[in-house]
Ligand binder design. Structure first.
Ligand code: FES
Length: 105
């Protein structure tokens, strides 16, 4: 597990971009819960997922609107998703395990 940031560095309903162990990560806080997904949209391999719009339990890529579930990175149809990473909150700090990504292709 890598320490990424403090909870207070995150804003409700928004994403933030981090690079951990050469991995581009987008961290979101939605309804007080923290999620870590790959920051690279599989559509055009753009590092822009952090800038996505939250729609209920999904993040919508700002480029062309592909939708990914925050909890596991899957698309609405259950296919072609983003990698998702386990998150732990300890003492108001956010830890992400980049070695345990789940690839949802
Ligand atoms: S780059 Fe994300 S939907 Fe096109």
């Amino acid at each position: 597990m890598e320490e990424v940031c403090k909870i207070s560095d995150l804003s409700e309903g928004k994403g933030k971009r981090f690079i951990i162990d050469d991995e581009e990560i987008a961290i979101f806080m939605v309804n007080g819960k923290v999620y870590a997904l790959s920051n690279i949209c599989p559509h055009q391999h753009s590092a822009i997922i952090y800038d996505g719009i939250i729609e209920e339990e999904y993040v919508v890529c700002p480029a062309h609107g592909w939708k990914f579930r925050l909890s596991d990175g899957k698309k609405e149809n259950g296919y072609n998703g983003l990698k998702s990473f386990p998150v732990k909150i300890i003492d108001n700090k956010v830890f992400v395990d980049v070695s345990k990504s789940k690839i949802n292709w």
